[in-house]
Design a protein around this ligand. Structure first.
Ligand code: PMT
Length: 405
């Protein structure tokens, strides 16, 4: 990837004594894969679960475990956080969270937390009963008051055999939270509504009309907008992607459901980006029973679904409206026609004949066209990088529209 929020960022990862410490190894790999350099500070109890040798091997850096005994680093509790861009505590045990909440500094990691003047992310991991104890709730509340970000644990089966909240968040989620903390906030104050994925128009209880949209383009736009400081709502048709962290997520199935959901957020939004591939036709009445094989030919009467973006174009007041157009011929002419017909400020044209672009791929190549007639061609890039480019263009349009008013 060409741009990564984590490139050349220095992350200080504090690991405490939980069975979930094994996931911290995966987290080091993920942060490093995305360009960060990671220094691990492990508590004595963390060493009961994972040895320093493992962290050294995956991070490629010295692992710190003690306040004393490293002559080359006389004051590691001051120097390590000073050199870092962010401090991440993952997994954070109940005991360690209690120490942080009460300002106890009795080992290297707890002393670092007190000395750090950098963003601190805390990723709890423990048994559900411990996580739901009022003492824990109070301690986490205290950490929030200190300005620490909490990456809440997931709910599911726990190492002790119980089931409930307490599983350490996935490394990809923690990475996303770190990116949200470190990214420049040039979309602060914007309220961005993104649509993603396909819609499904049911025929009968088991069949539907849909398309090959994976939701990746819309998902990338929502994540990047959140990182850049916007409040984001993602309305998505059915996809295999997981709900992005820190984003209000509204799942829908049909075009009619998407229409209703989009309109309910329209007055709230300052920017709407419609990356969804909405089915244009569906059955006006869904068959109540499974359609049986019968005659050799079958005709189904399809009717138009509501054109959501066109409706937004009619209702638009102050919002910036961004549409997408996936085309297999006459790309620019078709995109321009849709831009005008739907009263858009910007349209992102996808030439789906380009290998690696459009539906389903992790990459995309786009032509971004503004209402003023400017055309910007991107190279084939990861969809996340394309999302940065699209949002840069949206920001330019926004700044120009502010200049005019
Ligand atoms: O999801 P991915 O696999 O990552 O793929 C991304 C994508 C190719 C689906 C996406 O980038 C894209 O191009 N989406 C638009 C697909 C399309 O062809 O849209 P359209 O030409 O049918 O519609 C034009 C615009 O009107 C779109 O912004 C669409 O969201 C909107 N529309 C269309 C029909 C409808 N009933 N309501 C709408 O709002």
């Amino acid at each position: 990837m060409r741009f990564s929020t984590l490139s050349s960022k220095k992350i200080l990862l504090g690991v405490t004594g939980s069975i979930a410490a094994y996931k911290a190894v995966e987290l080091v790999r993920e942060l490093s894969r995305q360009g960060a350099s990671v220094t691990v500070v492990a508590t004595k109890n963390a060493g009961e679960f994972i040895g320093a040798v493992t962290f050294h091997a995956v991070s490629g850096s010295a692992v710190y475990t003690d306040l004393f005994g490293m002559p080359a680093e006389p004051a590691p509790h001051i120097n390590l956080p000073r050199q870092a861009d962010a401090v991440v505590i993952a997994p954070a045990t109940a005991n360690f969270i209690g120490k942080m909440a009460h300002g106890i500094a009795d080992d290297l990691l707890s002393t670092i937390v007190l000395a750090a003047q950098k963003p601190i992310l805390v990723c709890p991991a423990m048994n559900s009963a411990m996580y739901e104890h009022p003492a824990m709730k109070g301690n986490l509340e205290q950490l929030r008051k200190y300005g620490y970000r909490i990456v809440e644990p997931e709910t599911g089966p726990l190492a002790c055999g119980d089931e409930g909240p307490g599983r350490l968040a996935e490394p990809s989620t923690i990475c996303e939270a770190v990116k949200i903390v470190l990214e420049k906030k040039d979309l602060q104050g914007q309220k961005i509504l993104v649509t993603a994925g396909p819609t499904e128009e049911p025929i009968d209880p088991v069949r539907f009309i849909s398309n090959r949209s994976s939701g990746k383009m819309g998902d990338s736009l929502a994540r990047v907008a959140k990182r850049r400081g916007a409040e984001v709502v993602l309305i998505s048709g059915p996809t295999c992607l997981s709900k992005p962290w820190g984003i209000e997520f509204v799942p829908v199935r049909t075009a009619a459901e998407m229409y209703k959901a989009v309109l309910s957020y329209f007055d709230w939004a300052t920017i709407v980006i419609k990356a969804a591939a909405v089915a244009d036709y569906g059955l006006s009445t869904v068959l109540p029973q499974k359609l049986k094989k019968g005659t050799p030919d079958l005709s189904l009467k399809l009717t138009r679904t509501p054109d959501i973006l066109k409706e937004l174009g009619k209702r638009k007041k102050r919002q910036i409206l961004v549409g997408f157009a996936a085309e297999s011929k006459n790309l620019i002419a078709e995109a321009r026609r849709k831009l005008q017909e739907k009263n858009l400020d910007l349209i992102v044209a996808n030439d789906i004949t380009v290998p690696g672009a459009g539906f389903g791929f992790d990459t995309n190549q786009v032509n971004i066209i503004t209402a003023d007639g400017e055309v910007f061609d991107s190279p084939l890039l990861d969809k996340e990088e394309i999302a940065y480019i699209i949002l840069d263009k949206v920001l330019e349009v926004l700044q120009r529209s502010r200049g005019k008013s």
